[in-house]
Design a protein around this ligand. Structure first.
Ligand code: IPD
Ligand code: CA
Ligand code: CA
Length: 266
């Protein structure tokens, strides 16, 4: 994007500012792996610090907009039509383990519709952004979803539930069905980046259930603006409330949806 709209300029500036501390903290995590206490508390402090910077910067630039944040929850604004949806650190488990696959994700909702998103991995310096009607970009490069038409040629991303998360049995059914039909399955560990990877054509499709709104908000705009199709698990557009999401180009989205549905009902 040669020139950002004013609101995108605000989002990018806030995210880049917040990312500086997060990147520094990631450098520290490795040292802490060997300490008795482990890096857990340190990471949760890094998470909160990052969110605080985003909150301050965005509040300053757009007073009145509301917030939905992973750490701070809901902050009502005077302007009821705009809301920032924020995950200050998506991919916490990766971060904690020194795996450089994590991101800050900031989405903007207007009148209940996602209209802008920024997803930034400070380690790779990959800044994914999109605004409704303006296209999707990785740094300065315009993004398109992949053009593959047959799922047997496709790399599909997914989320794997872990201890305490639903629903292991259903996931195993879904995974079996997708792996029997696709050329590769990936679990990278940061849903926002998974969606950005679909927008960038790196993944041909992605699905996950039981996500939170902040995992998906920005990524939904990215995928749509890159020409992709987005739905929840039931083919509706209720991703943020239902927690489920399926994405891909129109063909792959259709094939993946069908395979997942058959697997769940088997
Ligand atoms: C998690 C990541 C992960 C997904 C989980 C999310 P967090 O977010 O996006 O890829 O599978 O469901 O909770 O906890 O790292 O912010
Ligand atoms: Ca997350
Ligand atoms: Ca998080």
């Amino acid at each position: 994007m040669a020139r950002h709209t004013p609101v995108m300029t605000v989002m990018v500036a806030a995210v880049r500012k917040a990312a500086r501390g997060l990147q520094r903290d990631f450098g520290e995590v490795e040292n802490l792996q060997v300490s008795m206490k482990g890096p857990g508390d340190f990471v949760s402090a890094a998470d909160k610090k990052t969110e605080k910077i985003l909150f301050e910067e965005l509040s300053k630039a757009r007073p009145g907009y509301g917030f939905l944040m992973e750490e701070g929850g809901v902050v009502e604004g005077a302007d009821k039509s705009h809301r920032w949806i924020i995950d200050p650190l998506d991919g916490t488990t990766n971060f904690l383990h020194g795996i450089p696959q994590f991101a800050i994700s900031v989405g903007l909702e207007r009148e209940g519709q996602m209209v802008a998103g920024v997803i930034y991995n400070p380690v790779t310096d990959e800044l994914f952004l999109a605004e409704k009607g303006q296209g999707a970009f990785l740094n300065d490069r315009r993004l398109r979803v992949s053009a593959r038409r047959d799922i047997t040629q496709c790399v599909i991303g997914c989320g794997i539930p872990h201890i305490g998360r639903p629903d292991h049995e259903t996931f195993i059914k879904e995974e079996r069905a997708v792996m029997q039909n696709a050329s590769g399955l990936r679990r990278m560990g940061a849903a926002s980046l998974d969606l950005a990877y679909v927008a960038a054509g790196r993944f041909d499709g992605f699905w996950e259930v039981a996500l939170a709104p902040w995992d998906m908000a920005a990524g939904i705009v990215l995928v749509r603006e890159a020409g992709g199709t987005v739905s929840d698990i039931n083919g509706r557009e209720d991703m943020l409330n239902s927690g489920g999401i399926i994405v891909g180009n129109e063909m792959i989205h259709g094939q993946l949806s069908k395979i997942l549905k058959a697997a769940r009902n088997a």
